[in-house]
Design a protein around this ligand. Structure first.
Ligand code: SF4
Length: 220
């Protein structure tokens, strides 16, 4: 607290005008964010090869317990962080969105590896989506195939920076209206995102109105 007092009163670092009347909130933000950033509990699941590196990051050599993150939770109700570690198949997306909706706010998502970030080596495969960010919001992307445990830990540090930049005044989970659940995609012959149904319907109408070209019957 002494350092913070000196920092707030240091003439070399004048306080911005818009914060002068808001020192209490700024200090509260620091305490709130400091404690949140150092107790992020990840949801316990993995999707493919990237998950092996995620498990290595939790083991003794890399020891993610240093960040207060050793408590991986098997229940989304008790988790703050979803690490999407691996290839996201169309069959898996509805389950991932459902789990995301079941996590309480504040919640964060890391897309670990090329597959989770954009489809990776399976991009445009018949059964794979081009990145989980088409369905749920992603906070940190980690490149690599697979990313090393060190890269994942760097992603954790970036997530901490994001958490520490948030303010009690603007975070969505304390707003009156709250945050809305994301519609769960429907798995059928192909994956349908309910948020795109109006677009799909509009395209269907355009296609129905378009003149159909007469096809020539083969002779014989
Ligand atoms: S990014 Fe590479 S290592 Fe990770 S799940 Fe995809 S194929 Fe496997």
């Amino acid at each position: 607290m002494v350092d913070q007092y000196h920092e707030l009163n240091n003439p070399d670092y004048p306080i911005p005008e818009d914060l002068k009347s808001n020192i209490a909130i700024t200090t509260l933000d620091r305490v709130y964010n400091w404690s949140r950033a150092r107790s992020v509990w990840p949801l316990m699941f993995g999707l493919a090869c990237c998950a092996i590196e995620m498990i290595a990051a939790a083991a003794s050599r890399y020891d993610q317990a240093r960040f207060g993150m050793e408590v991986t939770r098997p229940s989304p109700r008790q988790a703050d962080l979803m690490i999407v570690s691996g290839t996201v198949t169309k069959k898996m997306v509805p389950q991932i969105v459902r789990l995301y909706n079941q996590m309480p706010e504040p919640r964060y998502v890391i897309a670990m590896g090329a597959c989770a970030s954009g489809g990776g080596p399976f991009k445009e495969g018949y059964n794979v989506v081009d990145g989980i960010d088409k369905f749920i919001p992603v906070d940190v992307y980690i490149p690599g195939c697979p990313p090393t445990p060190q890269a994942l830990i760097y992603g954790f540090i970036k997530l901490h920076e994001k958490i520490e930049s948030q303010s009690l005044l603007t975070v969505p989970w304390y707003k009156k209206e709250g945050t809305e659940a994301i519609p769960v995609p429907v798995l059928g012959p192909d994956l349908v995102d309910p948020r795109q149904t109006s677009l799909i319907n509009a395209q269907g109408k355009i296609a129905a109105q378009a003149p159909v070209a007469a096809t020539e019957q083969p002779a014989g």
